[in-house]
Write a protein that binds this ligand. Structure first.
Ligand SMILES: [Zn+2]
Length: 557
């Protein structure tokens, strides 16, 4: 794989040796560790580089991010090299160092045989495991991943290493866990408990019950979500608490206080509040306290997804998003203090990033204060955030349109199986058509999709180059998104500011998934006492591969 561009190569340790790096990587080869390291990897879901650059400096001195800035290095711009900037492609890329073209993890979801969207990690051969043991429910596994992960490399190198991964969603837990973790835990809002699957174990670890069982997560919802620091939120948010466009999840409401007792599905509401991250961090602390073996290295992979749910429902400009960041900062600060107590301040290191970014809600495009870059003469934003119209695309409406276009072109039949952002899938009947009819059908679908001005490119997956172009042009990013034998027919790439509705509250909120820097660039924080320079900020862009490189070195591999 080649990810080189002139700009990126400057900051990449992996660049060809003929170039002189403009930025010296702040990581020296770590000295032989006196005792096995505890390495914590954190993926803050939907943590855009633009959000971190603009908002992290506003956080208080006693929070988690201020500590990371004092004690570590902040790479302000780490870029993904693929176009479909979503959670499963992002997490799998971080933990393998490869883009979706190589990992096979092309999207969050795929349509099942009947066209209903299901998790890309759903595995009919695996079953959900709760604290009561295996259930009949279909579970999730890593079976679709085509390449090894960071955790897999650690397991091979140090068979007795302790590997624990925790998230609010399967796609946040499984890539960090790898194929042979000690525990891979994720939250199931329907069952209202953390779970695993039979792929990993037939029982959950005993240490996880007090923090991850139903009683524990219910206790986190005992009081409503209120603003941690109302003055701070009011002084920074550019929109009102009742901003039009915010999604009302199951009657949970769009203004503070958000009372979990009012939500029809309180588990789903908990995920979309700071309490979701608190549940994950409580389990993380329990893992370090109970699962660690002081004689062996430990990888603790955490995915904090409340930020993503909050962003989808209320948008990144909302009071909810500002408070979520403020509370995440406080929760991380407390978690770091607990790590100090458990393994000592020099006993743990941390790599923190995001899996993709975000763009404002369409309804915010009329709020000038939320788009200050649009007021300048240049009208250009370093993060490529648009000044024009923002809009939502409904994947099911597009699926119906493409089906109708196919019928017009080749006659009656069920030709489109479904659209799962950003891909269009065909039915087995459509895939079995003779070449000339298939051509007419596909051409008609492409013409119909191109009528949407929200779509910038409509790409037939079979036409991508055998060798992807280098650099960060859209063609190269698209190429690196699409695996061989993807199973999909078309890739629908939206314009900057248009996005596929995530469906949590259809017609409301916002989403991500584009190849532009507001979605494709994330921050990278690295804290490793004695190994990584403290108090340093690096502006030059680096590639997403740096996440795995850093974690690999900190694990002593
Ligand atoms: Zn998301």
């Amino acid at each position: 794989m080649r990810l080189k561009t002139a700009a990126l190569c400057l900051a990449l340790a992996a660049c060809s040796s003929s170039r002189t790096p403009a930025v010296t990587a702040p990581v020296a080869a770590p000295p032989e560790p006196a005792r096995p390291p505890v390495v914590v990897t954190v993926v803050v879901d939907q943590f855009a580089a633009w959000i971190a650059a603009e908002r992290v400096p506003l956080l208080p001195d006693d929070g988690g991010f201020a500590r990371l800035r004092r004690e570590g290095t902040w790479f302000r711009q780490m870029r993904y090299m693929h176009a479909a900037t979503d959670t499963a492609p992002g997490h799998s890329s971080l933990y393998t160092g490869q883009p979706p073209r190589e990992t096979g993890i092309l999207a969050n979801e795929v349509p099942d045989a009947r066209g209903a969207r299901v998790s890309i990690l759903r595995d009919e051969a695996s079953r959900v495991v709760t604290f009561d043991g295996p259930t009949d429910g279909v579970g999730s596994s890593i079976a679709r991943l085509r390449v090894p992960t960071l955790a897999d490399a650690l397991r091979e190198r140090v068979p007795g290493a302790v590997i624990v991964s925790v998230s609010l969603k399967d796609r946040g837990a499984i890539f960090g866990a790898g194929r042979h973790p000690d525990a891979a835990l994720w939250y199931d809002p329907g069952r209202d408990t953390f779970i695993t699957s039979t792929t990993y174990a037939n029982a959950l670890p005993a240490w996880a019950r007090s923090a991850g069982g139903t009683d524990a997560v219910r206790a986190l919802r005992a009081t409503p979500w209120t603003l941690l620091d109302a003055a701070w939120v009011r002084s920074h948010a550019a929109t009102p608490d009742d901003q039009r466009g915010e999604g009302d999840l199951d009657a949970w409401g769009t203004t503070f206080p958000h009372d979990f007792a009012h939500a029809r599905r309180p588990g789903g509401a908990m995920r979309a509040s700071p309490r979701g991250d608190q549940a994950v961090l409580a389990l993380a602390e329990a893992a370090v306290a109970n699962a660690r073996n002081a004689e062996r290295p430990m990888l603790l992979a955490l995915s904090l997804s409340s930020n993503d749910y909050v962003g989808h429902l209320f948008g990144p400009d909302s009071w909810e998003a500002w408070d979520q960041l403020r509370q995440l900062d406080a929760s991380l600060g407390r978690f770091f203090t607990r790590l100090d107590a458990l393994v000592g301040p020099r006993g743990w290191s941390l790599v923190l990033s995001g899996d993709h970014g975000i763009v404002s809600m369409p309804e915010v495009q009329t709020v000038a204060a939320a788009r200050p870059w649009c007021a300048s003469d240049a009208g250009r934003d370093p993060w490529e955030r648009p000044c024009g119209a923002l809009s939502r695309l409904d994947p099911d409406v597009i699926a119906q349109e493409l089906q109708a276009a196919a019928v017009s072109a080749i006659g009656p039949g069920t030709w489109v199986r479904g659209v799962a952002d950003p891909y269009v899938y065909l039915t087995p009947e459509a895939q079995a058509l003779p070449p000339d009819r298939a051509r007419r059908m596909i051409d008609a679908m492409i013409r119909r999709a191109r009528q949407h001005e929200e779509l910038e490119r409509v790409v037939e997956t079979t036409t991508v180059a055998a060798q992807c172009p280098e650099g960060e042009g859209v063609e190269a990013l698209l190429c690196r998104s699409i695996p061989s034998e993807s199973g999909a027919a078309l890739f629908l790439q939206s314009r900057a500011g248009a996005f596929f509705d995530a469906g949590y509250t259809l017609g409301f909120g916002t989403s991500h998934g584009s190849p532009y820097l507001f979605d494709r660039a994330v921050p990278l924080f690295v804290r490793a006492p004695g190994t990584v320079e403290a108090g340093r900020v690096i502006d030059e862009p680096i590639a997403f591969t740096r996440f795995r490189e850093m974690a690999t070195r900190l694990l002593g591999m």
